[in-house]
Design a protein around this ligand. Sequence first.
Ligand code: SF4
Ligand code: SF4
Length: 717
Amino acid sequence: MGPVQIVAATLAGLITVVGIALVVRAVMRMLAVVRLGQPDPERFDRKGARLRTMLTETLGHTRMLRWTVVGAAHWFVMVGFGALVFTLIEAYGETIHPSFEIPVIGHWAVYGLLTEAIAALTGLGIATLIAIRLVNLPRRRSRSRFAGSTFWQAYYVEYTIVGIVVCIFLIRGFKAAGGLLPYPTWAAPISHGLGSILPASLAAITVVALVKILVSLAWFVVIALNLTMGVAWHRFAAFFNIFFKRTASAQPALGGLRPMMSKGKPLDFEEADPERDQFGVAQVEQFTWKGLLDFTTCTECGRCQSQCPAWNTGKPLSPKLLVLSLRDHVYAKAPYLLAGGADAVSDVDAGVPDHSKVNALALAEAQRPLIGGAEDGGVIDPDVLWSCTTCGACVEQCPVDIEHVDHIVDMRRYQVLIESNFPSEAGVMLRNLESKGNPWGAPPATREDWTKGLDFEVPRVSSVNADGSAASFEYLFWVGCAGAFEDRAKKTTRAVATLLHEAGVSFAILGNGETCTGDPARRMGNEFVFQMLGAQNVETLNEAGVKKIVATCPHCFNTLANEYGQLGGRYQVVHHTQLLADLVSAGKLTPVAPIEDKVTYHDPCYLGRHNRVFSPPREVLGAAASRVTEMPRNSERSFCCGAGGARMWMEERIGKRINVERVEEAVATGAGTVAVGCPFCMTMLSDGVNSVAPGQAEVVDVATVLLRSVKPEPVTG
Ligand code: SF4
Ligand code: SF4
């Protein structure tokens, strides 16, 4: 060992010891922060299935590969991060003996080839990711997905990988030049090519190996000193975050909302006590530990931001920035909490704090309200919190399974239930739900008015059961409040009833026995009203012996199918487009006059993304219309109409109206008919057409399109 090797080995050893010590300390601190969260026992079930999902999503990059080029590039970088660790081990040996190869496989040509290929593809992958970031810089693209990301961290991670790849090829090149590379040219073509132009130098091998170690370990030191550096930490945290996602399946955390939890258990309002129980989230440490792990894991990639309807129309909400704000806040506040700061759950001061041991920044951070405007130093602005339509586009796109919608609703719950702090317009809707059982405040006795004038009798559950016998209908037709009271939606209700009648489906309605499912109350955060309405409906449905339900409103569909189980109601629920598609394919409904107008379909968020019903509405339209076209944003990437998350009942005062943005996209396809599968989408898009493209398109439900094709209006005159 010469002097160069002695110095190199010493430096390599020193930085390694420092790097490992700092990383161990960082991981301990990170774990301590995550453990500040509330219990969440449901995350530990079905470990085998969770492991399978985690491996599929990470190794298979299933979410990332939806963005084909980025996904492929990132996959190579991920594989390189794992596989090229062997070259780091080699580098340690090379600082001592420049001809060092790792034992057993180090001389094997296949190993040489794999390393060469993976290093090259990692280099290509990172170059692609760098190029994509540079092309999409916020100064170049106004709504860039990278806006708000921490750029120095991303550049640092990217150029570290470039540096490592360069070092790998330089080491191999110098070895090839000195005749020390044990692989034939076919197994290491780039290295041999470099070897033909580099001088033979043992010292150079040692020096570059040392540089490789310094670059690699410096990366560990930097991330260990920056716990909020998600762009780096996600390489480790993502495995755990995906493993502990809401369910063991590959589906994102969409569909039903999680019940309100306190101390790891669902809260029952019959016994709940705000003095004792946690009502939503008022402090960052009131999120569960999984919530805090979510915030830690965010890669700052901005995929969620790029899909968010609020962000895309100039609202202050970006799901990425929301997550980053919560992450930065919890890590800044953590020293205070770890020193025994106020016990957030019981709100009892747990005897802290020796403030002298807590730094001033953490103390200041602890004073910030979680929800509040800039003047109050709030972490999340109320306009951010209330801009969310709960459309789920963020959750759908997030490559590390962050559960934005659950976190947003948890924060809303505290604001509504404890603070009574929410957009005042929505208060009218809540009062109507409590007093009239529908958000419009329509007289409950008019729920069946839509049946008037139909040329057949719509069966009622009560009449079916009049003789006391068991219910003899197959489907309970859940009409929903919009379907019963809103004029445009009533047309859909009548169309569906007519089609079911035509097809000979056995169905019945609850009529005046129906009340709102509670969806808008729940999305707003009013779990109390949701539970009240839900319990009433579950009792009615169970008493009627209901097994199968068909619903026209995706919000009702989602609540009945995915949330009433939490209240003791378990039913087989289909959306009307699913049932109609089956009836068409079974030949029970026959379109005889295809609609000639060009039709485009708008996916309702709660039917598509939240419940993955993408094909049936398209099958119905395919059968009923001769020209069906897609909007650029469709299916999983469909763009919200702006009504979800109880936004239907709030004013949209900031930015461009979401429905206008969607209508412009629909009209640009040249379609004269915009088909929907949701009464709220119908209202929003109809209003949008009236305001920006009057007369250019008609907004109708898929059922109406089918009815026009099955029973064409007779041509008069
Ligand atoms: S749910 Fe939709 S509106 Fe809400 S943050 Fe996510 S993408 Fe934005
Ligand atoms: S998509 Fe997920 S990881 Fe990417 S910025 Fe959004 S929350 Fe973070």
